[in-house]
Design a protein around this ligand. Structure first.
Ligand code: NDP
Length: 385
């Protein structure tokens, strides 16, 4: 197989580590261009040395001296700051994995998209915030967007060879997270450690909290709407605690296709790395006889209102999805820092959305301005708590 080049934005994170594990196992097939992080300079330098990266970038400029030190004598270029992230993201690569967490990944992801290459998108907050602005950029540059999120990757696989106008419904499955069976009273007392202890998936802290509140599924609803525009009313959410079926597509003839797999992000990441072919992974094989039963439940939007908030935000349009995402990032950070209760996250997002009406963003700068305004307003509401 010909050697292909890859850049990984967010290389020190959970998705970054899973992707690098696959690259490591197929070392002779990949040339690593750019690896990025925010503040984990030593970890990033070690990865850049191991993989012989062209350039390593820390988003936080204050961490550049540490990165330079750690890379001394390696021949790997070092850079720091937002502009450097975008410059690295726009370096030619056969595949760019966008795996920065949060809207912080938006500008670098857009920089990669503008180059017109293949982008494997894990950074759902970027697409939720930028929505049509990002999809228009994909259209203009001719970039190929491959979904890494396990649900969207499943839908992508189930759609293969079929036109969207043949689809009756798309069902996003949700594990329901670690707090699925908690009562309202129990939810009010949940600690950060309980919220991040996902029963099936091993992920970064932010997405783990989003899974616990179900905001992750709300963000994924908006993500699905942009990637697979079948109409909002055709996109459903179904709780499926075993995380075996990663999503489903029902066609107009009554046939439903589902994608199944072990709850290991290396499976959807491998599907993007090898696309349009397949590659070996070391993942545990799915043993349905051992699993025995699969169960399904309707989401409970009383205890977990985040999916309703996301649906209403995308229905409202304008910059509401960007504001939803920004307020959620502030709320999750405050919860993880022990400043607010778990049950304050969704209300803070709702109050921020109620307080702001921002016109539909037309450009990346408009999206970033809406994101900044959403963060300011959510932080101001927190001050009043
Ligand atoms: P992690 O928190 O594990 O990693 C985040 C990565 O982004 C790290 O490399 C981190 O660097 C970097 N980063 C954080 N903040 C910034 C910033 N301000 N500027 C530049 N880089 C930054 O996240 P995950 O890997 O869990 O998630 C990454 C994305 O993938 C998210 O959007 C998430 O929703 C999505 N996703 C994740 C899944 C998972 O299984 N983890 C599944 C599906 C989607 P540093 O180490 O220096 O902080």
């Amino acid at each position: 197989m010909a050697v292909r080049s890859i850049s990984i934005l967010g290389a020190t994170g959970s998705v970054g580590a899973s992707a690098l594990d696959l690259v490591r196992r197929n070392r002779d097939q990949w040339r690593v261009v750019a690896l990025t992080a925010n503040s984990s300079a030593d970890e990033l330098a070690a990865l850049a040395r191991e993989f012989g990266a062209e350039i390593a970038v820390v988003g936080g400029e204050a961490h550049l001296p540490a990165l330079r030190d750690a890379l001394g004598g390696s021949g790997v270029e070092a850079a720091g700051g937002q502009q450097a992230l975008c410059e690295a993201a726009s370096r030619p690569a056969d595949l760019t994995l966008a795996a920065i967490v949060g809207c912080a990944g938006l500008a670098p992801t857009m920089a990669a998209i503008r180059e017109g290459g293949t982008i494997a998108l894990a950074n759902k907050e970027a697409l939720v915030s930028a929505g049509a602005v990002m999809m228009a950029a994909v259209e203009r540059s001719g970039a190929t967007l491959l979904p890494v999120d396990s649900e969207h990757n499943a839908i992508f696989q189930c759609l293969a060879g079929n036109a969207l106008d043949q689809v009756r419904t798309i069902t996003l499955t949700a594990s329901g997270g670690p707090l699925r069976v908690f009562s309202a009273e129990e939810l009010a007392k949940v600690t950060p450690a309980q919220a991040v202890a996902h029963p099936n998936w091993d992920m970064g802290a932010k997405i783990s909290v989003d899974s616990a509140t179900m905001m992750n599924k709300g963000l994924e609803f908006i993500e699905a709407h942009h990637l697979f525009p079948v109409g909002l009313e055709r996109i459903r959410i179904l709780v499926h605690p075993q995380s075996v079926i990663h999503s489903m597509v029902e066609y107009r003839d009554g046939s439903t296709l589902a994608q199944l797999g072990p709850p290991d992000m290396r499976v959807p990441i491998a599907s993007c790395l090898a696309w349009p072919r397949r590659m070996e992974t070391p993942c545990t094989r799915l043993d349905l006889a051992a699993i025995g039963e699969l169960s399904f439940f309707a989401p409970d939007e009383e205890r977990f209102p985040a999916t309703r908030l996301a649906r209403e935000a995308v229905q409202e349009g304008g910059a509401a999805p960007a504001v939803l995402n920004a307020a959620n990032e502030i709320a999750v950070a405050a919860f993880l820092a022990g400043q607010i209760a778990f049950t304050r996250i969704a209300p803070l997002v709702a109050e921020t959305l109620d307080a702001l009406r921002i016109a539909t963003p037309q450009t990346l700068d408009d999206v970033l301005a809406a994101d900044a305004e959403g963060r300011r307003r959510a932080a101001a509401l927190l001050e009043q708590d």
